[in-house]
Design a protein around this ligand. Structure first.
Ligand SMILES: Cc1cc2nc3c(=O)[nH]c(=O)nc-3n(C[C@H](O)[C@H](O)[C@H](O)COP(=O)(O)O)c2cc1C
Length: 250
């Protein structure tokens, strides 16, 4: 018998991370959306904290890490990173370290694959049925580990210190002529990089190129400038060609 409940903290600009997190928890429990600033949230020790974030440049998006710091507790946590089939490098270690720093006991960690949010042809269709089944198995394995009569062991995922240096990509989405200035992108941008009155503009100082505005635009009016997109697609078609599979540490 296991009466643990999930509390998920998610940063998922284009939905891949959220799909994996939902499969892990079976849609159960409270969800804290880190695409907006999170209020101070003490997590009860009876909960299992699930932190799920995408991999950006082998790291965790800094804004997700900052907002995650609002959640703190001393109970068990599972760290999950979702990446676009290239590599997750130091992201899982960074997430585990952040959770440990916030007081949690990191008893499980995993890396799953989702469609690449910059070049959707990479890992297209992921997470697929098999990824989602694996995510559900991982979620059950976390609960089973907590149901054991012995204290759960802590995990150490792969990754290096210092973490990989990554300062973001040097390109940002821009609006094309089909933009009707509906303002949806501005209202949903996680970092307020699109001024509400000027949806054609993107503030390059704020934009983290998370691709939410591109993926949600109802007119498909926003895109990465073509030369940068083509260069990224060419790099990924070499480095992210072979399908990678879920990995977990329990
Ligand atoms: C700025 C940026 C950097 C990325 N860096 C990596 C990376 O280093 N390795 C990788 O495999 N995928 C990378 N991706 C792909 C995302 O990790 C992947 O598409 C993820 O599923 C996006 O999560 P979301 O759908 O929840 O937004 C990157 C995507 C973006 C937007």
């Amino acid at each position: 018998m296991n009466d643990r409940h999930w509390l998920s903290a998610l940063f998922s600009p284009t939905g891949g991370t959220a799909a994996i997190a939902k499969a892990i928890t079976g849609g159960a429990g409270q969800v804290v959306d880190l695409s907006v600033p999170a209020p101070d949230t003490p997590v009860p020790a009876s909960a299992v904290m699930l932190a799920a974030v995408p991999v950006f440049g082998g790291r965790i998006p800094a804004v997700a890490l900052d907002r995650l710091a609002a959640l703190h507790g001393s109970g068990p946590a599972a760290a999950v990173v979702v990446y676009g089939n290239r590599a997750y490098e130091d992201a899982l270690l960074e997430l585990c370290d952040a959770l440990t720093g916030a007081g949690f006991q990191v008893i499980a960690a995993a890396a799953f694959v989702a469609q690449h949010s910059i070049v959707p042809a990479i890992a297209a269709g992921r997470p697929d049925e098999s990824d989602l089944e694996a995510a559900a198995r991982f979620g059950q394995a976390v609960l089973d580990k907590l149901a054991q009569p012995v204290p759960p062991t802590l995990v150490t995922p792969p990754g290096n210190l210092p973490y990989k240096d990554w300062k973001g990509v040097p390109f940002h989405p821009a609006a094309g002529e089909s933009c009707i200035a509906c303002g949806l992108c501005a209202s949903r941008c996680p970092v307020g990089a699109i001024p509400p009155g000027q949806p054609g503009h993107t503030d390059p100082e704020r934009c983290i190129t998370c691709m939410r505005c591109v993926s949600l635009c109802p007119r498909k009016a926003r895109a990465i400038p073509a030369p940068a997109f083509q260069a990224t697609a060419a790099m990924l078609s070499e480095k992210a060609a072979a399908p990678r599979q879920p990995e977990w540490f329990l």
